[in-house]
Design a protein around this ligand. Structure first.
Ligand code: NAG
Ligand code: NAG
Ligand code: NAG
Ligand code: NAG
Length: 958
């Protein structure tokens, strides 16, 4: 970002709407240069920066360096600082507490009403493409590709991602039995079948000017920005139910990143034509591809002008200019328009387009004469995309178009058909608002997809999809239907259904697999009714139910009746929850002492020893572990990495990096126990800052980077319940108000979950439990403030549900945080009585088991593992072996410094079959699972800080 832009924008933005400014940037820049010898007087503390990545304005934090870049050589040219003096923390909080876009207004019923001033971020990668009646292809916010497929019984989701090396996908094209995908980097891929009939993506490069160009030049020419396919006979006014991919394409056009118009003439033996660009302008989007007139393409330049390209005429490029007087504010959004034939008489053709100011305009040709018609926009709304819908042919009078506003609301615009030769065909009050689904906005600037008459799909801003459909027709569980002619006695209303998106976007739709029995994938088989006479299908959660799980947190104090009280963390919170951290399963873990020393317990050369890792500042806790590097926090809140670099052990101060913060919490667990850790280019660890913000620290490929994810508007973040073990891309947190929230890494949105006002969650890390990585069914475990176990469970049939497990025994509450968990059905907990309790699932029933503590010396059966006639589930944890081995230490039991009860320190899963606890006397104790079934106390481990058995090996790490 150059200095000019920053100063210029910050100057004017405060008082004016920036969409207008975007369109007139060139004019203003000149204005700035003329005035640049004036003194810059800072009158505000709020400045915005344009982020090319998200294509949106981001408020910058002060002080802000003004950087001037010449040929990538950037130097600091100045500084914007605050005019008033306030602490950094105050400033950051204020930034959030007064939503910058005046986002919400309180409604009487406590709900939140949107203000049309809100401008949603542009979700550039999102697109919807219809392959056929039964198959819709979606590119998601994360750049994934997935197909929603109707298998005859239900909609299922199949992944079709490009290879990882291709990067994110932004759209797909279907024609002549060909499927192409376009990557964000500008390259096309064709789907082909491998020898074993598996689909695979193969690069499909435009071959232009064969042989003459050097590779570098060729690349710059052929990076594709967008494309349009036009089909024979496709007219918006006709209802159309054909398999698009099987249908011959009339034309396939692309526009390149450097503004050229390309045509793909033949796929089989690829033939491309470069049509170039209009003189003095570029092609930024294709407005219409040969559906107005064959061979003729309408394009829009980045300056917002409409051009017509006809290779057979001379000159081949023509500009459609405005008549005098109207031209000043009619710059067009470069995007595909919507063409309607015969709107006012059989031979009229209308091309509907949007202006950068958000107005609807029409370019109409009738009797060989072109004309502009301005339709405007609903009051106080800016239109950002047009969605054509399939028209009900029985309705002779009107034609409807749907529009998404910048604030994520849908408007329908009705036009009268044949309303006279040239007169206005706008119905007075022709704008009808369909709002948006509850607690979800429609993605800005992305066209929806007509499914059939009365059913339209829209992408949502939060990464899911929604269907706007006539009530009684369509919805989540409804396939393509034939009831097209819904006879209208009374007008039928449109309603919204939310459709879940897959885990790649952070949501709950499970990918389809062949091995799921009756609910299988490609061929849908109806389930037989079961004993109770209801089918499983019928038990599928109603779409409307899903609307209430995810609430958009308001800035006014959370959910409808949420308590506003904020709870504090106890002083030794970091120490208690992050004292232990596994480094290498079964071989080494870290232990942070009360005195701030960092010790590693290590198995080396057949002996267990303690290794001390010295640092100049005392430590508080070990907050994370990624790829062999340990993340620790010192008493000042600095996040430090301890890692081995070639042969040297070193420390890195992450808080000292750009945008670094002081932290106090991190992810509870690394990877799923028993699941190999997946390393991707997006990998990040999440931390909680001292002032209650969620921070994303990118660690992939050692390209360290901080990002502030802020906090839910109504509360600060207390701790992370789970990072991405339960849902990819989602971090669950507990707010300081004791309520559960989630942050979606892909959409950068916060959601609150429905939660009874009586349930207050303890401010402790949690544990996620999933029985299989194939299924999204599973739970988050937390403790309630009164020491009971709380589960937040999800499955396909019922969606989200809270389950309260309570405490194991009368007079015993749970202390510390829940976990670790094993096998998706065993969860360890610590009781206030210093005993370990196991909550486990036995034949679909949850049970408690008291596992005691290592020295309670309770005698067990001599040979418990072979007891056949006894109820074996009683033997899920035993301490027989330990009791035996500790006999010889009986003497030492007299040591009054020993207290073998279990401390509230968060234990760790040391391996798939081992848990390490801290005891109240500062020793550690390990429980192991033997024969895959029984848990037993295996050994105690003396620590450098325990005065009970001071017998250990130690060395200094170097
Ligand atoms: C970058 O610019 C600075 C100041 O204009 C100059 O001193 C420096 O040599 C430049 N560096 C490079 C690599 O061009
Ligand atoms: C699609 O098929 C039609 C008809 O067979 C053909 O004319 C057209 O060239 C094909 N388009 C492409 C891009 O292959
Ligand atoms: C241009 O602005 C005028 C007045 O503000 C408005 O009436 C007209 O509809 C606008 N035209 C377009 C194409 O946005
Ligand atoms: C880490 O960096 C922060 C910020 O620069 C600094 O305040 C702190 O003293 C540093 N800590 C260590 C141990 O180097």
């Amino acid at each position: 970002m150059s200095m000019f832009y920053l100063i210029f924008f910050s100057w004017v933005l405060v008082s004016l709407s920036y969409l207008v400014l975007l369109g007139s940037a060139t004019w203003c820049l000149q204005d700035f240069v003329e005035q640049s010898n004036r003194q810059f007087e800072q009158k505000t503390d709020r400045f915005w920066e344009f982020s090319e990545q998200t294509n949106s304005w981001v408020e910058v934090e002060l002080p802000y360096d003004l950087v001037s870049c010449v040929n990538d050589n950037c130097t600091k040219a100045g500084l914007i600082d605050r005019t008033t003096t306030e602490t950094r923390e105050e400033h950051l909080d204020r930034e959030y507490d007064t939503p910058k876009q005046k986002g919400s207004l309180e409604k009487k019923d406590g709900g939140v009403e949107e203000n049309s001033d809100v401008v949603l971020p542009l979700r550039k990668r999102v697109s919807l493409t219809k392959m056929s009646e039964t198959s819709i292809w979606v590119t998601g916010v994360s750049g994934s590709v997935y197909e929603r497929f109707w298998n005859g019984v239900q909609w299922v989701i199949a992944p079709h991602d490009l290879p990882v090396s291709a990067g994110p996908t932004i759209s797909v094209f279907m024609f002549n039995q060909t499927i192409l995908a376009l990557s964000e980097a500008g390259f096309l891929y064709q789907m082909q079948m491998s020898e074993n009939s598996q689909p695979l993506w193969v690069e499909f490069m435009p071959a232009l000017d064969q042989g003459t160009n050097k590779k570098a030049e060729r690349n710059s020419v052929t990076q594709i920005k967008s494309g349009v396919v036009s089909y024979n006979g496709e007219k918006v006014t006709g209802s159309l139910f054909t398999d698009f991919s099987a249908m011959p394409a009339r034309r396939v056009y692309f526009c390149t990143k450097n503004g050229l118009l390309l045509e793909l003439i033949e796929v089989e033996t690829p033939r491309w034509v470069n049509h170039g660009q209009p003189p003095g302008a570029n092609v930024a989007a294709i407005a219409d591809a040969a559906s107005i007139r064959p061979e003729v393409v309408y394009t829009i330049s980045s300056t917002g002008d409409l051009y017509e390209y006809d290779r057979t005429s001379k000159p081949s490029w023509k500009k459609h200019i405005w008549s005098k007087g109207t031209a000043s504010n009619a710059s067009l959004i470069p995007s595909t328009g919507c063409t309607i034939h015969g709107l006012i008489g059989d031979h009229s053709i209308s091309l509907f387009l949007l202006t950068k100011g958000g107005n609807l305009i029409e370019r109409r040709i009738q009797q060989r004469k072109w004309k502009w018609i301005v339709h405007g926009s609903p009051k106080d709304h800016r239109l950002t995309s047009i969605t054509p819908v399939l028209q009900d042919e029985s309705n002779e009078k009107t034609v409807s178009l749907f529009f998404t506003t910048s604030a994520g609301t849908i408007f329908e615009y009705q036009l009268l058909k044949h309303a006279g030769i040239s007169q206005e065909n706008q119905i007075p009050e022709g704008w009808l608002s369909h709002m948006h689904p509850p607690h979800a906005k429609v993605a800005r600037g992305i066209p929806g997809l007509p499914l059939q008459v009365g059913r339209v799909l829209f992408p949502l801003d939060d990464g899911r999809l929604a269907e706007l459909h006539l009530s009684g027709l369509g919805g989540e569980n409804s396939g393509p239907t034939n009831q097209l002619n819904v006879r209208r006695k009374a007008p039928i209303k449109y309603v919204w259904s939310i459709l879940d998106a897959p885990e790649t976007e952070g949501w709950n739709a499970e990918y389809c697999t062949e091995d799921r029995g009756p609910m299988n994938c490609i061929t849908g088989i109806k389930d037989e009714p079961n004993d109770s006479g209801t089918t499983r299908m019928a038990r599928r959660r109603k779409a409307s139910q899903a609307h209430h799980d995810y609430l958009l947190p308001s800035s006014l104090g959370g959910g409808l009746e949420s308590p506003r009280e904020e709870y504090n963390l106890p002083d030794n919170w970091i120490n208690t929850n992050y004292r232990l951290r596994v480094m290498h399963g079964g071989r080494s873990f870290f232990f942070i002492t009360d005195g701030g020393f960092t010790f590693e317990y290590l198995y080396a050369e057949n002996v267990w020893l303690w290794l001390r890792h010295d640092h100049s500042t005392p430590m508080k806790g070990a907050l994370g572990n990624y790829n062999g590097s340990l993340y620790v926090v010192d008493i000042y809140g600095s996040l430090l990495i301890r890692e081995r670099n070639s042969n040297e052990l070193g420390w890195i101060n992450c808080t000292a990096m750009r945008k670094g913060r002081q932290v106090m919490g991190g992810p509870p667990w690394e990877g799923m126990t028993g699941k190999a850790m997946k390393v991707t280019a997006e990998d990040a660890l999440f931390f909680v800052s001292k002032n209650g913000r969620l921070l994303q620290f990118t660690v992939a490929l050692r390209k360290f980077k901080w990002k502030d994810c802020r906090h839910p508007p109504s509360t600060k973040v207390a701790c992370i319940v789970d990072q991405e073990q339960f849902r990819e891309n989602v971090v669950f947190v507990v707010g300081r108000n004791g309520r559960l929230y989630q942050y979606n890494k892909v959409t950068e949105l916060w959601h609150e979950h429905y939660q009874s006002q009586h349930l207050i969650i303890s401010l402790l890390p949690g544990t996620a439990m999933r029985t299989s990585s194939m299924s999204l069914t599973g739970s988050l475990f937390m403790l309630s403030q009164d020491g009971g176990l709380v589960e937040y469970h999800w499955n396909v049939w019922e969606g989200w549900n809270w389950v309260e497990h309570g405490a194991p025994d009368k007079g015993v509450t749970l202390v510390g945080s829940p976990g670790p968990c094993f096998e998706g059905n065993q969860l360890f907990l610590i009781g206030s009585d210093g005993k370990v309790y196991l909550r486990y699932m036995d034949q679909m029933t949850w049970r408690w088991k008291n596992c005691g503590f290592p020295h309670n010396g309770k005698k067990k059966d001599k040979n418990p593992r072979q007891v056949g006639d006894r109820d074996t589930k009683e033997e899920i944890c035993i301490d027989e072996d330990f009791a035996a081995s500790s006999k010889k230490e009986d003497l030492q039991r007299l040591n009054k410094n020993c207290n073998p009860k279990v401390a509230a320190t968060r234990p760790i899963a040391f391996s798939e079959d081992s848990v390490v606890f801290e005891l109240r006397d500062s020793r550690l104790a390990e429980m192991r699972r033997v024969e895959d079934k029984y848990w037993e106390w295996a050994r105690t481990i003396s620590t450098p800080t325990s005065s009970c058995f001071a017998n250990y090996w130690t060395a200094l790490a170097s």
